[in-house]
Ligand binder design. Structure first.
Ligand SMILES: [Zn+2]
Length: 436
């Protein structure tokens, strides 16, 4: 795998994964193609030495792992973590609005969106639908309209003269999307009927759409941009970039060693959910390696997780938002994220392990700490560390426009990240964890 293969794979993955459900499907398909065996949480598992496996929860979170040749309880696991969700507009349960002859849909805000960039984009919709079929069985399926079926037009500057000075955005009143014009008074405004029609193209036995989780997304394709194509521009770089690079790092690592990748949903809304990092998913999988709680403690004490989530690169127009000594540069390698209040889980031991690995593999490495007069974001790192007791490091590659509809990162950084994460999956020994 070289840099251009990794970047092309990343662009394809981003395009194929408009929602967490689709991201998990993309990852599951690739894992199956690479020989990983699908497991289900409801079953008994008999894990074999050398085996490679994956399991999903809620169709929106996934754990993939390789068992290795030894006993993970005595060696510990190298773990990578990322999240599958990104801030976006989500369709309400009873969304239909008929106003001035327009068919519109009411929207909820999912996560900490940057709202302004969502105006004037060619939007499509995708997600999960639960339906009943002709035989009365209830099932779920993924849908993706794939074409631009909606938009949120801006108000013209002439009707809002202060728009460039003090515009605020209200999702409830300003952002119902426009689907189209209603031709005559008999034309129905029924989003479930639209979903039914879309689903029937995949499965003609679908009788009725019961419920759904449908998200809007931008149809503009991910791309390499810049004079020398030194940047990647796409929706959902936070955090599908880390999911994809983590996936490739695991797949291409030495399968004699035990390693695990977890990608969870709902990070952007706090991770407290069935499928989120604060849920039971990871612990439930780790318990499958053990016969009792003592063994689980032994396993977690000898393991380490790298939580991978994009960092804020220093922006040439807004450089004062960074501490002078901690402004991560695009295309200068992954960033170790540190926060005294434990918004990031890194400590001197876990960051030193990573810094040393990067030095050994000639990967440049940077450090980020937020300005002391600003609040700090967070990741699944502190949550996973709290829930499992696994020592954890927070890193990520620098990016711009985090939580915009289109974000930007460097075209060289994913390969640096891949090199470092693959080396971590292959790390045989962690340093002894007590100095007293
Ligand atoms: Zn993130």
């Amino acid at each position: 795998m070289n840099q251009s293969q990794l970047n092309q794979g990343l662009l394809d993955f981003l395009a194929a994964s408009p929602t967490p459900f689709h991201a998990v499907k993309s990852m599951a398909d690739e894992l199956s193609a690479q020989g990983f065996l699908r497991l289900h949480e409801k079953d008994d598992w008999s894990l074999q030495c050398g085996g490679r496996y994956f399991v999903t929860r809620n169709d929106s979170s996934i754990i993939a792992f390789q068992y290795g040749q030894g006993d993970p309880v005595s060696t510990g696991l190298r773990m990578l973590g990322a999240h599958t969700d990104s801030p976006c507009l989500k369709v309400k349960p009873q969304p239909d609005i008929n106003k001035l002859g327009f068919h519109q849909l009411g929207m909820e805000k999912y996560g900490g969106m940057l709202l302004n960039p969502w105006f004037d984009r060619d939007l499509s919709m995708a997600g999960r639908v639960t339906y009943v079929n002709e035989s009365g069985d209830v099932s779920s399926a993924l849908v993706d309209f794939k074409r631009a079926i909606a938009t949120v037009p801006s108000l013209a500057i002439h009707l809002d003269r202060k728009a460039n000075e003090n515009r605020t955005v209200n999702v409830q009143t300003d952002m119902p999307v426009v689907l189209g014009l209603l031709g005559d008074s008999n034309e129905s405004t029924d989003f479930r009927a639209l979903l039914l029609e879309q689903l029937r193209q995949q499965n003609d036995s679908v009788k009725q759409v019961l419920d759904y989780e449908i998200y809007c997304y931008d149809t503009q394709a991910p791309a390499l941009i810049g004079l020398k194509e030194e940047f990647i521009a796409s929706a959902r770089l936070d955090n599908l970039l880390s999911c994809y690079v983590g996936l490739q790092s695991l797949i291409n690592s030495d399968d004699n060693l035990p390693a695990l990748l977890i990608c969870t949903d709902h990070e952007e809304v706090g991770s407290a959910s069935l499928a989120g990092a604060q849920g039971t998913f990871l612990t439930a999988v780790l318990e499958r390696f053990c016969t009792n709680r003592i063994q689980l403690g032994q396993l977690t004490a000898q393991s380490m997780m790298i939580s991978v989530d994009n960092a804020h690169g220093i922006h040439p127009n807004f450089s004062d938002r960074h501490d002078n000594n901690h402004g991560p540069m695009i295309n200068r390698g992954p960033v170790i994220k540190i926060n005294a209040s434990q918004r990031y889980a890194s400590n001197s031991e876990t960051s030193a392990v990573f810094r040393h690995l990067c030095q050994q593999h000639e990967v440049p490495v940077q450090a980020f700490v937020v300005r002391s007069d600003m609040g700090c974001g967070s990741t699944i790192g502190p949550i996973a560390a709290t829930e499992t007791g696994v020592k954890t490091l927070d890193i990520g590659i620098p990016s711009f426009a985090m939580h915009s509809i289109r974000e930007m990162a460097g075209a060289e950084d994913p390969y640096y990240l891949y090199t470092a994460l693959k080396a971590f999956c292959e790390l045989k020994q962690l340093p002894e964890s007590s100095c007293v």
